[in-house]
Design a protein around this ligand. Structure first.
Ligand SMILES: *Cc1c(COP(=O)(O)O)cnc(C)c1O
Length: 463
């Protein structure tokens, strides 16, 4: 079995040593197409444009900070995933990466399905007209009220995450006189991050039911015995920001083994397996993500091979990319406020947002790139740390990067690849007003999630 481990443990596999940063790009004005959305380019004046609109105009019309989402790129990525997996597989967009009613409509139009993991996400999906049978409901502690709403709406599947939930969902479905289609989420003992993964017998985390010690087999036994449930398959999600397919290989092998055990014990071949999401994207020029068709081929080859070996019919595969679809399609636009050179260290560049619009750097030590986008510059590189305006020294947006040394207050800078887990994890810390999401396409920009206002803050504060 292939096995690799990072000395600092799997959670730290994507964290580079303290003080690590890549050398400055040869041309600081160049926009690496790997990290920018597809319609991003510079116009004749050197300003960055997206969907044909220059950032100065966007900043003037929508303010900063703001997220600008390249709609045609988003749609193209949806189509690429759907085409790569074809009609015999299902692609579920993981709504937690970023969800809004406009996004739901795009997904619906482009033929994707949708994962939700809360009542709020379910409401957004249904309100925007996603057919319930194309929705999967996830979560390790769905409330009774959430399960009831999902069952009543007729969601295509509920992914069961615990022994309690097996009974809970069965009971609710029976009360509603339906058989709810369900999958069981199993933990296969694979934790994968970036280029590393660890295969173990046990996993120390809150999600799913362990394959180890026959737990998952017992869950299947119970689910098959309950009238309210139609068990359609097994689900496994192994990590996030993964580039190496080896973790999926171990996971698929273990899931197929379980399917074979189920057949031997119960005489049923479950028709579906879900291999989760977690596919990596480029946050910096050093990242090399795979294309959807390579991922589709790798996953389908693994599953086909393992099923042949176990003499099983190949199940229908589903996948759940979130970041890989929306992540690369947006950038955050900031205005530079203050610049503090710290002699012999680096220059701190403060912007008008921060950890309230991008918590990933503080939370995961995530790496990002940044560029001066309101103009080009011939100045040499200076090492910067882009920080926010919050009362917290960990309020860092980009830990180490290079910007032109003539950077000045009032310049616009942009951080690419902020489409996933930025707006969806945004907070009101320091009573910050969460930024808008503006969709840009073919020379038109429109707000799909508006900026919060001080009235919004006061409306929740009932005095
Ligand atoms: C978070 C999550 C995903 C999506 O992960 P990405 O890294 O955004 O692709 C998919 N499936 C499940 C069960 C998840 O929890």
């Amino acid at each position: 079995m292939s096995r690799s481990a990072h000395p600092a443990g799997p959670r730290h596999a994507d964290v580079l040593p303290e003080g690590h940063y890549s050398a400055p790009a040869a041309d600081l004005n160049a926009l690496d197409e790997k990290v920018w959305s597809r319609t991003v380019t510079r116009d004749a004046d050197g300003a960055l444009t997206v969907g044909g609109i220059a950032v100065a105009r966007l900043a003037e019309e929508f303010g900063t900070p703001a997220y600008f989402l390249d709609e045609s790129d988003f749609r193209a990525r949806c189509r690429a995933w759907a085409d790569a997996f074809g009609p015999d597989a299902d692609v579920f967009y993981a709504g937690k990466a970023f969800l809004s009613r406009a996004v739901v409509r795009w997904l619906k139009e482009e033929g994707l399905n949708l994962d939700v993991c809360s009542g709020g996400e379910l409401t957004t999906a249904l309100d925007a007209g996603m057919p319930a049978e194309r929705i999967a409901f996830h979560g390790n502690n769905k409330t009774v009220a959430e399960i009831e709403r999902a069952v009543e709406a007729g969601v295509g599947r509920i992914v069961l995450d615990s022994f309690q939930e097996i009974v809970r969902v069965a009971h609710i479905a029976q009360r509603h006189g339906v058989r709810q289609r369900v999958q069981i989420r199993v933990t296969v003992g694979v934790e994968a991050h970036t280029h590393e993964f660890i295969a173990t017998a046990h996993e120390d985390q809150k999600f799913g039911i362990a394959l180890a010690d026959g737990q998952a087999a017992e869950a299947v036994r119970r689910a098959l015995s309950l009238d309210g449930l139609e068990l359609i398959g097994v689900h496994s999600h192994i990590g996030s920001q993964i580039f190496d397919m080896a973790g999926f290989e171990v996971s698929a092998r273990r899931v197929v083994q379980l399917l074979a055990e189920i057949r031997d014990e119960h005489g049923v071949e479950l028709p579906e397996i879900d291999l989760g999401g977690g596919l990596g994207i480029a946050y910096t020029s050093e990242d090399d993500p795979r294309e959807p068709h390579e991922i589709a081929k790798a996953l389908s080859d693994i599953v086909t091979r393992e099923c042949e070996a176990a003499k099983l019919r190949t199940p229908r595969i589903s996948v759940e990319p979130g970041r890989a679809i929306v992540g690369p399609t947006a950038f955050t636009l900031y205005e530079v406020g203050t610049i503090k050179p710290l002699e012999g260290l680096r220059t701190y560049v403060s912007v008008d947002g921060g950890m309230s619009d991008n918590i990933r750097t503080a939370l995961y030590d995530a790496e990002y790139s940044v560029a001066l986008v309101s103009r080009t510059s011939d100045a040499g590189p200076m090492l910067v740390r882009v920080v926010g305006k919050h009362c917290e020294s960990g309020d860092i947006v980009v830990k180490d990067a290079f910007l032109p040394a003539d950077l000045a207050p009032g310049d616009l800078i942009a951080v690419p690849a902020t489409g996933a887990y930025c707006r969806s994890m945004a907070s009101n810390y320091n009573h910050a007003l969460r930024p808008p999401v503006v969709a840009v396409r073919d020379g038109e920009a429109r707000v799909i999630v508006r900026r919060e206002t001080e009235e919004d803050l006061l409306r929740l504060d009932v005095g």
